[in-house]
Design a protein around this ligand. Sequence first.
Ligand code: CAO
Length: 633
Amino acid sequence: MSTEIIRVPDIGGAADVDVIEISVKVGDTIEADQSIIVLETDKASMDVPAPKAGKVTAIHIKEGDTVSEGDDILTIELEAGASETAPAVEEETAQAAPMTTAASEQTVMVPDIGGAEGVDVIEVCVAEGDDVQEGDSIIVLETDKASMDIPSPFSGKVVKLMIKEGDTVSEGDEILAVTVEGAAAPVAEAKSEPAPAQSASAPIAGGVEAVNVPDIGGATDVDVIEVSVAVGDKVAEGDSIIVLETDKASMDIPAPKSGTVKSLSLKEGDKVSEGTLILELEVEGDVAAPQAPATPEKVAAPAAQSPATKAPAKAAPEVDQSAVLAEPSKKVHAGPAVRMLARELGVDLSLVRPTGPRNRILKEDLHAYVKAAVQKAASAPAAGATGGAGLPTVPDQDFSKFGEVEVVKMSKIQRLTAENMVRNSLVVPQVTQFDKADISNLEEFRKSLKPEMEKQGVKLTPLPFLIKAVAQAMVANPSFNVSLMSDGESYVQKHYVHIGIAVDSPVGLVVPVLRDADKKSVVQIAKEAGELIKKALDKQLKPADMQGGCFTISSLGAIGGTGFTPIVNCPEVGILGVSKADIEPRWNGKEFEPRTMLPLCLSYDHRAINGGDAGRFLTYLNALLSDVRRLTL
Ligand code: CAO
């Protein structure tokens, strides 16, 4: 298997051309004709296709470099059986091939386009009569794999256009005739061609003309995606009156003349073909132009009739013919590869901020736009508890109609809690599992210790036992001690165990954090938890007291209830809801025994924890609480 260096082909004599994109990387297997780099001159951008299929083994240039014809681009390992002769690219030319037809006139033909045949002409960038500069883009072609600007091989005046948008072309097909600069006027036969018209129009009476759909490349039943004018509107010649969309492209249909819209025959969603009546136009300055033939066929303009054909030839085509724009009239500046990507992604290029030279939209701009849109969508729920971006709002009502009311301002903590709850319940796919722990022995032990602890100023409720048991369960089940990264690709595994305690304080729900609970005794935990709860009730908590939690315990045991579904306190991935313990009859194999049963409700982030892990965590926790001796292990 041998290698071959692919070099920059003939790029119309341009030197030091900017490499604006490297479309492949080392290790990629590429196909013949696949775009490998994108070059950009002052006037046009062009995709450089691979002349042969193979595997990329080295890339000799980088984005931002400048290159000229013959410079090395990359090395490929040729596929078995592929021709190993001199690089085909040397023979290729990305520039339109000139053919001399007369001393003053040149016919420009489709150059070597990598052997592709029947390639779609998606844009004609010049009109007859335009001045073009050497290197100006004259047409844009699009294959399945790439699109490319075809630049003019020389400067001059376009005297005849041989193709139109929607045509298909192959190497050697004639594109246009151009008189070279400083040469004589166009040849006679060019003058005999009818001047290109705008939309087909035919006089009706009293200066009113019917404006019909022009030649749209033979396409039929084409969707009208926008009607840009209304009855009574004044339009100038060239103004877009409707926008059509086929599978491959969208196109503005411009007014053939200036005038006032008398009637409209189309609406959005209609389907049209060449000759369909669009509207009636009261033409400015009396009657229809005498040269306008009565039949649409004779005056029908090629599909290339678009604002692009009216743009000065020196400018790159500015009107998007291929992307479906929200505002078809808004002009964007982008290369064909970017336009194709935008179509694939469904992005309206007019919304993308350009950062390229001369306000050109680069691929990175498109990527940045899509990334920002995705991030915006993902973060929308955090925008507010009521009516954040993307969230439906609950409309306010006049409750005073039903009885006496007052409007009370929420505290900052209440507002933040509301926002966090909305975010956490929307972002986290949560599951809650339930269990009951037999804490008869634990309660017996606790009650026996209580008076002694009280003497030390420590209140011994079930909570410190729960904190200790949860901390041990976290150590034994580390999948509960993680936080997910926002990139969706990684998580943080924590090697410390800090437990948050939900406290119902006078200012709202707060969650102070007890540190290193796995390393502390139940008594020590009881002391510290008591201090934190007191601080919370006295509104003395500092931000640092509420940071760094790995898992939260929300105990409503002193209040009541048999179970609830707590909401995960992000970025933690688990929360334990504890309800009121009660004495229940339990079958011991021989008889029913009265046992103190504690309801446990474990909610978890199903992105981080699967049901099996959660079941094991809860069973482990249950075992610790059911046999208090284990807490000392
Ligand atoms: N079952 C039965 N009795 C319980 C119990 C339970 N699960 N938990 C506590 N008790 C008892 C205590 O033992 C104590 O009784 P004794 O004095 O006779 O021993 C009594 O209830 C009062 O306890 P307490 O409320 O003073 O202390 P605590 O440790 O149980 O709770 C705290 C502290 C801060 C968790 C609690 O005051 C609190 O604020 N809970 C609300 C948390 C909350 O709002 N969660 C919802 C958040 S949204 O998910």
